[in-house]
Write a protein that binds this ligand. Structure first.
Ligand SMILES: [Zn+2]
Ligand SMILES: [Zn+2]
Length: 675
């Protein structure tokens, strides 16, 4: 579909894939300082939207051996990774990169370590102290083979560095599947990947945006399908009745042409497929049963709802991150991504934006500027006193500055607002430093009772160090979600999605389309109750028309069949049996045809057995399954958060939908067999 390609291109300009590429590059540069200058160049050229297709001078492609030599303790397992990073790069002025040897997370990573596990433990601890609960860039780099080790060890390390990153879960699941242990644990890890999506702000936004976009497409497709099926089923009678208005002797083809020309009028007015759908909806509603009209009203609501509010919401979620660069910088900072451009954005917004100031405080703490971090937190406390994250993180800085009483008060305050096991753990550590042993064990026990797993990880990271350590909390996912969705503007994306469908006036505004379709359903239903419609005899399929036939039967059987079946004294016995055999053969043919059409045309099954609502459910399930299978990688490029979790999630939805569809079809066919 050309639309998809166009929207893909539109999204490509929306900043997300660039972020993805930048993250990949940062992952590399976190591990490979020698390539940092190179990597930053790539990140910035991608940020500024410059094309990166120019040829790469060979001297820029840093040989992997040189990188390995420059970094003690690091062995690049896959030189292709470094080459791939460099390949996308072109010469540009060297910029100073803000992170250096003083950055605690980088220091923890780059210091010599005997094992990968030791390096990861140290890095995890440094990250948590700074509120970086998912060090995505490092996790990606570890997965992509930037460090030595067997795949399963690397995947475990990556997951420890970024435990909420779906990509990391899937890398571990893959390693478990391919390299040992039981397939059950691989499946369990894959399930955990799906469960981790809401905890990872960027992943949540990406998955929700894509799923909503696909849902909008499925709703539109299902609406069109159902309306089309209903119109095709109603068309023969409609053509006949319409022809009766002109002449009872009008030939069949002329009646069909007359009806077609009426239905195609909206196309002539440039209203496109949506206009055609409105005409078909009218046709279906005039001739539909009560259930049929209900199913058509649902289909129309799905069509309009998918094309307007759902598509718009999808666009809002998908464009949020590129529209709110400050929120995007806050998320990056929370993932340990210290790009200078983000710093500038945060500083520019800090005056009015509390989230930006929180991120700045986090960055200041990371740079070792405790005074500045404390100033940021103290200025934020009066306006965000209700936020347990802020109060806890402010307490950490107070503790680091040596203000024991103030820190203890803030920790207590944070746990009173929300009893987080992490804040309780911090409080216990502060008690420890103040030599309040009883308070320490009491608070720690409370923290353990709330979440034993987290406290066990923190205790393990603390190790044998008597001093202990305190952990900063990340900005809440929900707050970031609200902020990003609020900043998004889905109108352009929704308009693009329906541009092929509704090029005319119906496509301009929601209320025009919704009003038109509602009016069509109501008026057509009224008209259907008013006109004397022709219908088919349920025995022989012959048309019964109150205008063309001399004697009009109110029954569902034509006069011929009444004579045949009920007044058998009037007919010759041999002719009667022959006629009945004819009808039986016809019934078998119709049965076969219904079966074939029910299998081949989604949504038709329900209508053919007079269960139109089931037809709508079937069509929606079919469209959902199809759309989610076709776009199993999402409609927007994965910014390296989903990995194989995207296919698992989207194909999982498709599988459920396919199951629903199969059930709906089976029930419909079964209902016909029983009848
Ligand atoms: Zn009949
Ligand atoms: Zn007629």
């Amino acid at each position: 579909m050309p639309v998809e390609r166009a929207s893909r291109r539109a999204f490509l300009g929306a900043g997300w894939p660039r972020r993805g590429a930048a993250f990949l590059v940062t992952g590399g540069c976190l591990l490979v300082p020698a390539a940092s200058g190179l990597a930053v160049t790539t990140a910035e050229s991608l940020e500024s939207g410059a094309p990166d297709t120019e040829a790469v001078p060979s001297d820029l492609v840093a040989p992997a051996a040189a990188i390995e030599a420059a970094v003690p303790g690091i062995a690049l397992e896959d030189p292709a990774t470094a080459t791939e990073l460099a390949r996308r790069t072109r010469p540009a002025p060297q910029h100073a990169f803000a992170v250096g040897p003083n950055d605690p997370i980088e220091r923890a990573w780059f210091s010599p370590a005997a094992t990968l596990d030791e390096r990861v433990t140290r890095t995890r601890r440094a990250s948590l102290e700074l509120g970086v609960w998912n060090l995505d860039a490092a996790a990606r780099a570890v997965i992509s083979g930037a460090v030595a080790g067997v795949p399963i060890e690397r995947a475990r390390a990556a997951l420890r560095l970024a435990p909420d990153l779906p990509l990391a879960h899937m890398a571990l699941a893959r390693a478990q599947w391919l390299h040992g242990e039981s397939p059950i644990s691989a499946l369990r890890t894959a399930g955990a990947a799906i469960l981790s999506i809401p905890r990872h702000p960027e992943a949540a936004i990406w998955f929700a945006g894509n799923a909503l976009y696909l849902l909008a497409m499925a709703l539109m497709a299902a609406g069109l399908l159902v309306i089309g099926v209903a119109a095709i089923l109603a068309a023969p009678h409609a053509a006949h009745d319409l022809g009766d208005l002109l002449s009872h002797r009008m030939p069949r083809f002329a009646r069909a042409a007359f009806l077609s020309s009426l239905i195609l009028i909206p196309l002539a007015f440039g209203e496109g497929v949506l206009g055609l759908a409105a005409a078909c909806l009218a046709l279906g509603c005039v001739y539909g049963s009560l259930g049929g009209r209900l199913a058509l009203a649902l289909a129309a609501a799905g069509l309009v709802g998918g094309a307007y509010p759902v598509a718009q919401f999808a666009g809002q979620v998908l464009t949020g991150l590129s529209n709110d660069r400050v929120a995007s910088a806050v998320i990056s900072t929370g993932q340990g991504f210290a790009h200078p451009v983000d710093g500038v954005r945060l500083e520019a917004a800090a005056e009015t934006d509390a989230l930006a100031r929180m991120a700045l405080a986090q960055r200041a703490q990371r740079n070792g500027e405790l005074g500045s971090a404390d100033a940021h937190y103290q200025s934020l406390l009066p306006i965000r006193r209700h936020d347990p994250t802020l109060v806890n993180n402010a307490a950490n800085v107070r503790l680091a500055l040596g203000h024991m009483e103030s820190a203890l008060d803030l920790y207590r305050e944070s746990t009173e607002i929300f009893e987080s096991p992490v804040a309780l753990y911090n409080l216990s550590q502060a008690h420890g430093r103040a030599f309040q042993v009883e308070d320490l064990s009491r608070t720690l026990a409370r923290a353990q009772s709330l979440d034993g797993v987290v406290v066990a990880e923190l205790t393990q990271l603390q190790g044998t160090e008597a001093e202990g350590f305190v952990v900063a909390l990340p900005v809440g996912s929900r707050e970031l979600w609200n902020r990003v969705v609020g900043a998004g503007d889905g109108r352009r994306i929704a308009a693009e999605l329906r541009s092929w469908l509704a090029p005319g006036r119906l496509g301009d505004e929601l209320f025009v389309a919704a009003g038109t379709f509602a009016a069509v359903v109501l008026l057509a239903a009224l008209l259907g109750g008013w006109i004397e419609a022709s219908k088919s005899c349920i025995r022989c399929g012959e048309r019964m028309c109150p205008r063309c036939d001399d004697e009009v039967e109110a029954a569902e059987i034509c006069s011929g069949c009444i004579v045949l079946f009920q007044q058998n004294e009037k007919t010759d016995r041999a002719m009667r049996i022959e006629r009945i055999n004819d009808l039986r053969r016809r019934e078998q043919r119709v049965d076969k045809m219904v079966f074939t059409v029910a299998l081949l045309v989604p949504g038709a099954a329900g209508f053919l057995v007079d269960r139109p609502l089931r037809g709508f459910v079937g069509a929606l399930a079919f469209a959902t399954a199809l759309v989610f299978v076709v776009h199993r990688d999402g409609v927007v490029h994965d910014p390296l958060v989903a990995g194989a979790a995207a296919q698992l999630f989207f194909l999982g939805i498709a599988g459920l939908a396919a199951l629903t569809y199969a059930t709906a079809v089976a029930l419909s066919i079964g209902a016909r067999r029983n009848a």
